[in-house]
Design a protein around this ligand. Structure first.
Ligand SMILES: [Zn+2]
Length: 558
């Protein structure tokens, strides 16, 4: 078993509601000094169901409330400790880091690890192992998740006019809902985060992680562990082409994400595919089926109003009747360009960005005389269209009702892959194009209401609901690897009872997990040893039975 101390740091969050049948005990460890943070004695009026009578109490109550939501969703025999504090974090008058959280340690190749050679968040590793892999006093690295939240929010230098809402009812008004942000940040700590170096693509100490197992590039047609560092670095900024492939998330996408994605679909040449767009604040909103036409480069005079002949800043000189005009961003406002194209007969406008980066941002501006739709596409996509203009280029610009907002055309959830990379945000969030809004988007949306939407299925995919079926797919079912009344390993009958647990799984299923997860005989024996020590500690088997099972494991061919 290998372990690494690890501190992840992320961004913001949001969410929805989930069934409560599982249980994990999640404890908030208060590491604030007296008088500040959770210990702030400033009087507060109970509100929104939070009964605290001081600011500090209300903060602590909100933390425990959010912890209990996750605790009711996840299932673990090992208590999860969240080392928590309120502390000044990065902040300006217009932007703030609300909070951050991540696992304190990561483990791989521990007993009952579903995926050999993959890092796991410590809370999940503990759950799978069935015991605390890192026992020790609170307030040390023996805790499982570290969470820091911004104590200055709402101060004159830190998003003045905002501030935390500590109520439990999501009725936060213009304030920022602490429970929502907590659910998001705890999500990172519990399993919604990858550990590779997003700048270089390098794996953590050379090993992939369980989160990355389900990160998949539709460009390279590879998952994160299958890539070279360079491929991983490239895929990290490949907007619109990184999806989550876990089967539980994919199965839930139709019930969570709505149909309708604003896109440019290149009909001819079809090899160019579909383009992500930035939408305009002016003109008609994109519709379905949208506007279809041949693309023409709009040409204007090169002059002081716009030095380029393709910037659309002065009157267009070629006939664009019935065409979708292609223009470059720059020099003049978006509404000037679109109006000039409209005056030349265009039925729609594509504005190609003039700087690299993706996804394309929206377009601001006001002009009530604009009656044709317009969108912004990335520089790379604009260049691809221009390169194809030696032949016919036909596109549809509109809301593609066949593609769900936040999913790829195959129905898999998109991950956030902006270009350039955003270290605390890239890949470890859903794509912000998702609609309805999701808890684990990079920024907190104000309409979230304390649910965990697709993140619950993500937790299933990475193994939070594994119960010993030996299949690393997170599907909650046993394979009943042996129905024998006693534990038998490779024909060696230990005589120990093959106890069936509340999950329906037997001890033999757990041993099968060791078989699947261990790379060699030594790892298998070590895994069975840890398992049987845990079973004896729980009173499931006797010391003699433990010895008998371990003896059979030592003689097994695995
Ligand atoms: Zn985040």
């Amino acid at each position: 078993m290998k372990t690494m101390k690890f501190l992840a740091c992320c961004a913001l969050a949001l969410l929805v509601a989930a069934p409560a049948f599982a249980t994990a005990n999640i404890v908030i460890v208060n590491t604030n000094a007296p008088g500040v943070g959770f210990n702030d004695p400033t009087p507060a009026v109970p509100a929104g169901g939070n009964p605290g009578t001081t600011v500090g109490q209300q903060r602590l109550n909100a933390f425990q409330y959010a912890a209990d939501i996750w605790g009711s969703i996840l299932d673990s025999p090992v208590t999860i400790y969240i080392q928590s504090s309120f502390t000044p974090l990065a902040c300006t008058a217009t932007a703030a880091t609300l909070g951050s959280a991540g696992p304190i340690q990561v483990f791989r190749d521990f007993p009952n690890a579903e995926l050999p050679g993959h890092w796991y968040h410590v809370a999940l590793a503990n759950k799978l192992a069935g015991f605390d892999l890192s026992p020790g006093p609170n307030g040390t690295s023996a805790d499982d998740i570290i969470a820091r939240f911004n104590s200055n929010l709402g101060q004159p230098t830190c998003l003045p006019g905002s501030g935390w809402y500590y109520g439990f009812d999501a009725n936060h008004g213009t304030k920022i809902d602490l429970v929502t942000v907590l659910l998001h940040e705890f999500g990172h700590g519990l399993g919604f985060s990858g550990f590779y170096d997003k700048a270089s693509g390098a794996l953590l100490a050379g090993f992939p992680d369980v989160y990355g197992k389900y990160n998949f590039s539709t460009t390279f047609n590879k998952s994160w562990p299958q890539m070279t560092d360079l491929e991983r670095k490239t895929a990290t900024i490949d907007t619109n082409h990184v999806v989550w492939t876990g089967i539980n998330v994919t199965a839930a996408v139709p019930s969570v994400l709505a149909f309708g994605t604003p896109l440019v679909t290149v009909n001819t040449p079809a090899s160019l595919g579909t383009y992500r767009v930035g939408t305009a604040a002016f003109g008609p909103v994109l519709s379905s089926p949208g506007v279809t036409g041949d693309v023409a480069l709009a040409i204007d005079a090169s002059n002081v109003a716009g030095p380029s002949t393709t910037d659309g800043c002065t009157a267009i000189t070629n006939d664009l009747t019935g065409k979708i005009a292609l223009l470059d961003r720059g020099t003049c406002g978006f509404v000037v360009k679109v109006k000039n194209a409209q005056d030349a007969g265009a039925i729609g406008v594509l504005i190609a960005d003039n700087a690299i980066g993706a996804p394309p941002a929206g377009m601001a501006g006001v002009d009530p005389t604009i009656t044709i739709p317009s969108v912004r596409v990335s520089l790379a996509n604009g260049n691809a269209l221009k390169a194809a203009l030696s032949g016919t280029v036909n596109v549809t610009m509109g809301v593609n009702m066949a593609v769900r907002a936040g999913a790829d055309p195959a129905g898999r959830a998109l991950l956030n892959a902006p270009d350039p990379v955003v270290l605390g945000s890239s890949i470890s969030h859903w794509d912000p194009i998702a609609f309805p809004n999701l808890l684990m988007e990079p920024a907190i949306n104000a309409d979230l209401t304390h649910g965990v939407d697709l993140t619950r299925q993500e937790m299933i995919d990475i193994g939070w609901f594994s119960d010993g079926d030996g299949v690393p797919d997170g599907v909650d079912q046993c394979i009943n690897s042996s129905t024998s009344a006693t534990v038998v390993i490779d024909g060696c009958n230990s005589g120990a009872p093959n106890t069936t647990f509340a999950t329906g799984c037997r001890i033999s299923d757990q041993i099968n997990d060791c078989t699947v997860g261990a790379a060699n005989h030594g790892a298998f024996v070590s895994c069975v040893s840890a398992l049987t020590n845990s079973l004896k500690a729980q009173g499931v088997i006797t010391g003699q039975q433990k010895g008998a099972i371990q003896s059979c494991a030592a003689r097994a061919s695995h």
